[in-house]
Design a protein around this ligand. Structure first.
Ligand SMILES: [Fe+2]
Length: 288
């Protein structure tokens, strides 16, 4: 996603977009997409938010393999007015926010190699497109993503952007949602695009699972190198959008300016606790 201080590479447009160059993908790269797609599409029913499954058809292209962004954008445009554009990996915060505010989702154009099947450091096109695009076909979530982009444009300084990026992290990337039977479902792109974390986030006793609360979440650190130790659970996408739109972030930032960060594994007396995690997974990794 975004990054603050980098130079625009040669060959990118002023808004940092590049051509996807769909015709350059090899048969092996298309096969990698198909493999990952089938594996996730098979395991996700029953685990993922119904809104994500409803949006999955938008990815079933007329050609097999990696989706062609032109065709994908045409479909998404009809559904919710969003497009998908290719960028060369990391882009500056202001460019990222500007794209979201204008209903353009930015995606890398490379796909992982067989050696990176279950672990890669930089998000690839499978993470970006399979993970993020199905929910962009949902009108409520589509509005939430745009609202986030507009919120980012308003957030002028770095300290505030860090708090805002935690909102993105704990919702768009690693969010959980209450299902219709009061069970938990996954919806964050970092989870749904990962076979291992799709299991871990719901089934493992290790991580905390806590109720979503904007101020609390904006103070909470997160980890980027392994499965999360903490997930926040929203009641519904309507509620997420409402809390984001109705909340004037200005006073929240002022209120949180001097509030200390909350360590990842901490549970507060005010938290709504779905799971008081053992943290066994993270401790075993730390000890290894
Ligand atoms: Fe992502």
């Amino acid at each position: 996603m975004e990054h603050a201080t980098i130079d625009r590479p040669a060959g990118t447009a002023a808004d940092w977009t590049i051509s996807q160059r769909w015709n350059r993908y090899t048969a092996a790269e298309h096969a990698m997409w198909d493999h990952l797609f089938e594996r996730q599409a098979k395991m996700l029913p029953g685990r993922v938010a119904s809104e994500f499954l409803d949006g999955l058809d938008v990815l079933r292209m007329t050609k097999p393999g990696i989706p062609d962004f032109d065709e994908l954008s045409e479909r998404l445009m009809k559904a919710t007015g969003w497009q998908v554009v290719a960028v060369p990996g990391l882009i500056p915060d202001d460019v990222f926010f500007d794209h979201l505010a204008n209903r353009r989702f930015v995606s890398g154009n490379f796909i992982r190699t067989p050696e990176q099947l279950d672990y890669l450091q930089e998000p690839d096109i499978f993470h970006d497109v399979f993970g993020h695009v199905p929910l962009l076909a949902n009108p409520i979530f589509a509005d939430y993503m745009q609202a986030y982009g507009i919120g980012g444009q308003r957030a002028a300084n770095g300290g505030v952007i860090e708090k805002l990026s935690r909102l993105y992290w704990y919702t768009v990337e690693f969010g959980l949602i209450r299902g219709s039977a009061d069970d938990l479902k996954i919806y964050g792109a970092g989870i749904v695009s990962s076979y291992g974390e799709s299991l871990f986030a719901l089934d493992d006793p290790s991580p905390n699972r806590l109720g979503f609360e904007v101020r609390r979440l904006m103070r909470t650190k997160y980890r980027i190198d392994d499965y999360q130790q903490n997930y926040f659970v929203i009641d519904s996408f309507e509620d997420l959008l409402r809390q984001t739109l109705e909340t004037d972030f200005g006073p929240i930032y002022a209120e949180l300016a001097d509030a200390p960060d909350i360590e990842i594994e901490t549970i507060l007396p005010t938290d709504k606790v779905y799971t008081n995690g053992t943290q066994a997974y993270a401790r075993a990794k730390a000890a290894a």
